[in-house]
Write a protein that binds this ligand. Structure first.
Ligand SMILES: Cc1cc2nc3c(=O)[nH]c(=O)nc-3n(C[C@H](O)[C@H](O)[C@H](O)COP(=O)(O)O)c2cc1C
Length: 445
């Protein structure tokens, strides 16, 4: 292991409570298990990841069907493009009950949920999993989500982060509203708990108010592990201040390294220990017995994507209807100004296409949205994939990885049976869990 790491790499499984994995074409794969509405589906994935000694499974979320393309959800439904998103807490609970060491993370929106509700849910999940919960904090993305919650449109990017700050102050206050030793539960003396060790928070903010205390006593981890994935300047500040695990998407080792150096410096500037805040880029892995067989698998999986997947997901992520343009039409300056979604993605398209006015096809090609090109994809034999991962890990690009699945559950079965033993043999990934809580296992106590 290189000097830059005090511990081995961490691994998270990138799960969707949905008909498809992060790769929308995945549901068309002949080996895909289509029982995404059953608890057994999620429990079986959780058991596979636990056998592979993954630190955690984390479930992403979106609070609306993709509905911006053609101003309709019809393509999303017809083609199975993320039209299904189950609520996460019941799914997390099902996964937690089927495992005993795997961390279980879920995504909640700071824009559309009240912090009291979320603090209570995650403190409860932490109790039910005996200290294995994680909360991925997102500010959400588009108007369709706003409209499901009674608003006309999604609020401005930086305003969302202001709101997220208040959200976190309240949530953390509520998680701390019961001291660790407040519960007494002595039926003999009749003392249930020590009232001096349970406090109101009386928070009166611009977006949220909450009196407290929480109705859930101090949870095993004190609070869930906080995950965040902000990439904009404001998002990075937020992550540096609050996150314990930071997820990113960058196309190369060098781009990850630039982010890694920048965020670790920012973490330090908030008076926090950079070694206790872990950075994990999302990647796809396609592994086979040999490089050739892996490449053949990759080509097969790549064919599952359709152009409508890309257009639907681009419209969703940019909160912009791409159906108003022909595929080879460049977007004008004013078109680009009305794009309000992920800024990092827009910068990527402009940077890689080499033009300030990319065409719709440029958006598809250079964002990789809806295709395997969206994330770095490591393709090869177990030893080639492990070489790639080791290279990133030991050369200052990351502390571990978020493994996205090309199809479910096969991609995780392949990774755990083929790549994990190779990483373990090289001494860069754990042979077993070292503690009982997720925070213990991540080494960020
Ligand atoms: C691995 C990963 C997972 C993410 N999961 C979600 C998610 O489940 N829901 C969501 O709305 N955004 C998700 N995001 C998006 C981020 O929360 C964030 O909005 C994005 O990185 C842009 O941040 P910025 O607005 O600071 O640029 C994810 C990002 C990454 C890198």
């Amino acid at each position: 292991m290189s000097d830059s790491h005090s511990q081995k790499m961490i691994l998270a499984g990138f799960i969707q409570a949905s008909n498809c994995s992060n790769y929308t074409g995945s549901w068309r794969h002949p080996e895909t298990d289509h029982s995404f509405l059953s608890p057994e589906y999620y429990q079986s994935i959780a058991r596979t990841l636990e056998l592979g000694k993954f630190h955690l499974a984390f479930i992403d979320d979106r609070l609306a069907m993709p509905s911006q393309y053609g101003n309709s959800f019809i393509d999303s439904v017809n083609h199975g493009i993320r039209s299904v998103k189950l609520d996460l807490v019941p799914v997390m609970t099902a996964m937690g009950l089927a495992t005993s060491n795997l961390g279980i993370g879920g995504t909640y929106s700071t824009t559309y949920h009240h912090p009291y509700h979320v603090a209570r849910l995650f403190a409860t999940v932490d109790h039910m999993t005996k200290g294995r919960s994680a909360l991925n904090v997102v500010t959400s993305l588009n108007d369709a989500e706003a409209q499901n919650f009674g608003l006309l449109e999604h609020s401005n990017h930086d305003v969302r982060y202001d709101q997220a700050e208040e959200f976190m102050e309240i949530a953390v206050g509520l998680w701390e509203s019961w001291e660790n030793d407040a519960l007494i539960v002595d039926s003999g003396s009749g003392r249930f708990a020590d009232g001096d060790k349970v406090k109101a928070i009386d928070y009166d903010g611009m977006w949220f108010k909450s009196k407290g205390p929480l109705t859930v006593p101090h949870c095993p981890q004190g609070k869930p592990v906080i995950i965040q994935a902000g990439q904009s300047p404001r998002g990075r500040e937020f992550a540096a201040k609050w996150a314990e695990l930071i997820f990113v998407i960058f196309p190369s080792l060098e781009a990850n390294k630039r982010f890694y150096d920048d965020i670790k410096e920012k973490i330090l500037s908030y008076g926090r220990d950079p070694a206790k805040v872990l950075v994990a880029p999302a990647i796809y892995v396609v592994v086979g017995d040999t490089d050739e067989s892996a490449l053949a698998k990759f080509q097969e999986i790549k064919q599952l994507a359709k152009t409508v997947d890309s257009l639907t997901l681009l419209s969703e992520v940019f909160n912009y209807d791409f159906s108003q343009h022909a595929i080879d039409e460049p977007l004008s300056d004013s078109d680009l100004e009305s794009i309000s979604g992920l800024r990092g993605f827009l910068d990527r398209v402009i940077g890689l296409s080499g033009t300030n006015n990319p065409t719709v096809q440029d958006f598809i090609t250079y964002s990789g949205r809806g295709t395997l090109d969206e994330l770095p994809t490591f393709v090869g034999s177990p030893s080639s994939v492990a070489d790639n991962m080791q290279d990133w890990f030991e050369n200052g690009a990351c502390d571990g990885f978020v493994i996205a699945a090309t199809h479910m559950p096969g991609a995780y079965e392949d990774f755990c049976s083929m790549v994990v033993p190779e990483l373990q043999r090289r001494g860069i990934f754990q042979d077993d869990y070292r503690g009982s809580t997720l925070r213990d296992n991540l080494g960020i106590l």
